[in-house]
Design a protein around this ligand. Structure first.
Ligand code: NOJ
Length: 570
């Protein structure tokens, strides 16, 4: 082929590739991945931070709270890094006013938190017993937020199923969870819905299903490979739809709120954008995570590619039916259209390539996808092992949501980065960089026409990071877990995020270029404060152990000396 014919062919392939994975009206070949975009967000854009009950509340057995699957799981040895538990965590249960003061200082517009199901229904079942003290806690939290003009965005399920329901029925493996969850949600609408206008049914059901019932890394720790996750997800989707209908028919008129779901998704980029197999593998990667839940909610059924792949593999494995459950026609129309807004949680990106997994080597969600995930070694990975900073993936994901699901209203419900350091590091340069770039990509996505209404930095505080215990810190605020009172200290990113909020974006280069330096000035002094911490405990050791021991020894020696002296005289 002549050189220019080769180029033409490459361009043709590229265009084809992009039309498969991208929206019709968005062509990112025209945009420079690295270029920073100066500009501001639409008026009324909502800035927030988030948390979840088990990760921050502590007070795991206080005031009548029942046990959740996470209490039970974390109490088993060997499940969590260092055998940490969320028993006391940030003691958020006792620090409502303090934490809201932090939010107020940052001028947050919203705070995303979750309600612990067993804190208000200790046995999971509404008819059994309502724990009024638990209700009181969330009442106080909501009221305090509203008094400070912070909008509550409330998640009903952030993974802490009542343990009783797991023990009695097998948790999300059992379809009876649909009505138990609906009763719980209905109670929340009844008690809090006069003040809460944004509800999220499930947080990241992908993780709850895959890590809870497929790999067993998360509670309840079951390893039902190849079927457990699909079954759990099936019931969660049904439960979501039921709760949406309950809100829609019983409460919406009176309460005028919105109800959605929060889905976590990585972006999947084809390794070779001219290779059709890679392009399809990358799309499959996203369909098997985001699409698994979003497609039923927006279109009424699982993504075709999931039905095809899991169906084919199940048949090859000699099964009479697909391991992916099916929805009846009635269920499909009941589930379709049950999302007033889509919550998007996003942290990272993967390169994806086609890889065949023979079906005779056992079944699993991961091998069903026939793909391999890769990362670019140059991508920064300051914290969690899985979390590489790839800002441009965020814009692509948001555009994918727009094109796939008819430009829904989006709230970014989680975005942030962790640090591995167990020692204190308040000058979190890499986090400021992460926020700067990811938020900028979100701004570009809005300019592309994606309907993003709000952004939630994950997370307000360092907290219990599931199976990683306290070893990974996502917080804007550092929490000193060694100290009984769990004091909070602002990291530099607090100051940085505050500047983004008060400017509603990145107004111009002159202003934005100083933000990091200024934020770092504020953190160096607080860093010294914390650095003094080991010294404080050293001083404590001196006064509490060394001084008394030396004194006792002195007294003893003087007594012995005196005895000798007296003997000599006699
Ligand atoms: C998503 C989960 O919803 C959240 O609880 C967790 O802290 C983040 N991922 C970071 O791993």
């Amino acid at each position: 082929m002549e050189p220019h014919a080769t180029t033409l062919r490459a361009v043709h392939l590229l265009v084809m590739a992009l039309t498969v994975i991208a929206s019709d009206d968005f062509d990112w070949t025209k945009t420079d991945k690295g270029a920073f975009y100066f500009g501001t967000f639409p008026a009324g854009f909502s800035w927030g931070a988030g948390s979840s009950a088990y990760q921050t509340e502590g007070a795991w057995d206080k005031d009548g709270k029942g046990m959740s699957i996470w209490d039970a799981f974390a109490h088993k040895r060997g499940k969590i890094f260092f055998n940490d538990t969320g028993d006391s965590s940030c003691e958020g249960y006792y620090k409502v006013k303090d934490d809201i003061a932090l939010m107020k200082d940052m001028k947050l517009n919203h705070y995303r938190f979750s309600i612990s199901w067993p804190r208000i229904l200790p046995n999971g079942v509404r008819s059994h017993h309502i724990n009024e003290k638990g209700i009181q806690y969330y009442d106080d939290l909501i009221n305090e937020l509203l008094e400070n003009r912070i909008t509550p965005i409330v998640t009903l399920y952030h993974w802490d199923l009542p343990q009783v329901l797991e023990e009695k029925y097998g948790g999300w493996q059992n379809v009876s969870m649909v009505s138990y969850f609906n009763d719980f949600a209905n109670l929340c609408f009844e008690r809090f819905g006069n003040r809460v206008k944004y509800w999220i049914t499930f947080n990241n059901p992908w993780s709850a299903a895959v890590e809870g019932y497929e790999t067993g890394e998360h509670a309840p720790g079951l390893k039902l490979r190849g079927s457990g996750a699909y079954k759990a997800a099936h019931h969660m989707i049904k439960a979501h739809a039921k709760v949406w209908h309950t809100y829609d028919t019983q409460w919406r008129n009176k309460q005028k709120g919105l109800i959605g779901i929060s889905l976590l998704a990585d972006w999947g980029e084809p390794v070779d954008i001219t290779n059709q197999k890679d392009i399809e593998a990358a799309e499959r990667y996203v369909q098997f995570s985001l699409g698994w839940f979003a497609t039923p909610l927006f279109n009424g059924d699982y993504p075709q590619v999931m039905k095809d792949y899991i169906g084919r593999k199940s048949a090859q494995q000699g099964m009479g039916a697909s391991r992916l459950p099916t929805f009846t026609p009635q269920e499909k129309s009941y589930i379709r259209g049950t999302c007033d807004f889509l919550g998007v949680g996003h942290f990272t990106t993967r390169y994806v390539t086609q890889k065949n997994f023979p079906s005779n080597r056992g079944s699993s969600y991961f091998t069903d996808r026939d793909l391999a995930e890769l990362v670019d070694p140059r991508w920064p990975d300051p914290g969690s092992e899985w979390l590489y900073s790839v800002p441009w993936g965020f814009r692509r994901l948001l555009n994918f949501v727009k094109s796939q699901y008819g430009n829904p209203m989006i709230y970014v419900t989680e975005n942030g980065v962790s640090e591995k350091t167990t020692c204190t590091e308040l000058c979190d340069d890499w986090r400021m960089q992460y926020f700067r770039e990811y938020i900028n990509e979100m701004l570009k996505a809005i300019k592309d026409g994606v309907d993003v209404k709000g952004y939630t930095a994950w997370s307000l505080l360092d907290k219990f990071e599931w199976d990683e215990g306290f070893s990974e810190r996502f917080g804007l605020y550092y929490v000193d877990f060694r100290s009984k009172d769990k004091p909070r200290y602002p990291k530099a990113s607090v100051d940085y995020y505050k500047r983004i909020i008060s400017s509603n974006g990145f107004p111009n280069q002159r202003e934005v270029e100083n933000w990091k330096r200024r934020a770092t000035e504020t953190c160096s002094s607080s860093n010294q404060l914390l650095a003094a911490d080991p010294l404080t405990s050293h001083m404590e050791m001196v006064t509490e152990i060394v001084v008394p021991t030396v004194c006792t020894l002195c007294i003893l020696l003087s007594a012995i000396f005196l005895m000798f002296l007296l003997r000599g005289r006699l």
